[in-house]
Design a protein around this ligand. Structure first.
Ligand code: MN
Length: 269
C-alpha cells in the first residue's frame, strides 16, 4: 500500500483527500478488510487487475472488476467490507477519497456502480474518465464539487487540456512517464497548482489523473472519517464503536473498531 496523499506537503488535489495505490501484488497475499465505516466523504475503488467483493450496510453486494467505477457516498455514515477474489493472478487498484462539501456531508449514503466509463483519446493517450469530464468524455458518476478522475494509458505522446483554475495530480501506476518535462517514477505523484492549460505526457505506461477546483473548506480527517471539528470526529467514532450501523452480510466477518483518539484536540486544516 503506497499512500500519496495526505502527505506533509500535499494534503489534497481539489476535493481528492486520500490516494492509495495497492499492488500489483500476487493474489496469494490478497486483501481482506472487515467492516469499517466512512463518513463525510466518497470512496472510489478503481481496479487495474483483480476482483473485489464489496459489501455494505446499504445491502449492496457488488463485484468490482477492472475498468468500472465503484463510488460509495458515505454522507452521514456507511460501513463496508472488501475481499479480493481469486480468478486473476494479481490485485492492482487505487482507492481514493473525495471530501464532501459541508452542505451535503450529512446526506443519506448511496452506492453507485458505473460500468459504462466514457473514453477519449488525446494523441497517443487513451483516457477512461471515471469522475467528471475530460474533452467529450463525461462520467455519469455523482459528485458534489468540480473534479476529474481518469485512468490514462500512454503509448507515445499526447496533450490533455486542463482547466487553469484547477489543481492537478498524476500518479504513475506502472511504466515510464514524463509529465510536462519531468520524469515521473513509478508510484510517484506529480502535482501542479492552478495555472496550467495542458498536461503534456510522453512515455509508455499507466497513470491516474486527478484534478479539481481547490477545496477550501477546512476539514478534520481522522481514521475513516471526515468532519469539521474535533467533536464531529468524537461522535462519528462513538457511533461506530457503539454498533449503531446496520450489520453487513459478508463472508469476511467481524468489524474493525475505531482506534483511540489521540490525546490532543484535532484541528481543521
Ligand atoms: Mn473503506
Amino acid at each position: 500500500m503506497k499512500r500519496s496523499i495526505p502527505h506533509a506537503r500535499l494534503r489534497k488535489i481539489g476535493a481528492w483527500v486520500f490516494v492509495d495505490h495497492f499492488g500489483p501484488t500476487e493474489q496469494v497475499e490478497g486483501m481482506t478488510v472487515a467492516a469499517h465505516p466512512h463518513t463525510g466523504l466518497q470512496t472510489v475503488t478503481w481496479l487495474f487487475d483483480g476482483e473485489i467483493d464489496h459489501r455494505d450496510s446499504l445491502g449492496t453486494a457488488q463485484r468490482v472488476t477492472p475498468g468500472s467505477l465503484n463510488l460509495m457516498t458515505a454522507g452521514s455514515g456507511v460501513s463496508h467490507s472488501e475481499r479480493s477474489l481469486a480468478g486473476s493472478n494479481t490485485l492492482h487498484a487505487v482507492q481514493l477519497w473525495i471530501a464532501l462539501p459541508d452542505e451535503v456531508r450529512h446526506m443519506k449514503p448511496i452506492f453507485e456502480h458505473v460500468s459504462a466509463i466514457p473514453r477519449e483519446f488525446f494523441g497517443n493517450i487513451e483516457a477512461h474518465v471515471f469522475v467528471g469530464t475530460l474533452g467529450a468524455a463525461a462520467s455519469p458518476a455523482t459528485i458534489y464539487s468540480p473534479l476529474l478522475g481518469a485512468q490514462i494509458m500512454v503509448n507515445g505522446t499526447g496533450s490533455i487540456p486542463l482547466n487553469p483554475q484547477w489543481e492537478y495530480g498524476v500518479l504513475n501506476v506502472g511504466g515510464s512517464l514524463n509529465v510536462n518535462g519531468e520524469d515521473l517514477a513509478g508510484d510517484s505523484l506529480w502535482f501542479s497548482e492552478p495555472g496550467l492549460t495542458s498536461l503534456d505526457i510522453a512515455g509508455r505506461g499507466k497513470a491516474i489523473v486527478l484534478g479539481g477546483e481547490p477545496f477550501t473548506e477546512p476539514i478534520v480527517m481522522w481514521w475513516n472519517f471526515i468532519g469539521r471539528t474535533h467533536d464531529d470526529i468524537v461522535h462519528m467514532r462513538s457511533d461506530w464503536n457503539l454498533h449503531t450501523y446496520p450489520p453487513i452480510a459478508d463472508r469476511v466477518g467481524g468489524w474493525i473498531p475505531a482506534p483511540d483518539l489521540p490525546n490532543v484536540t484535532l484541528t481543521a486544516r
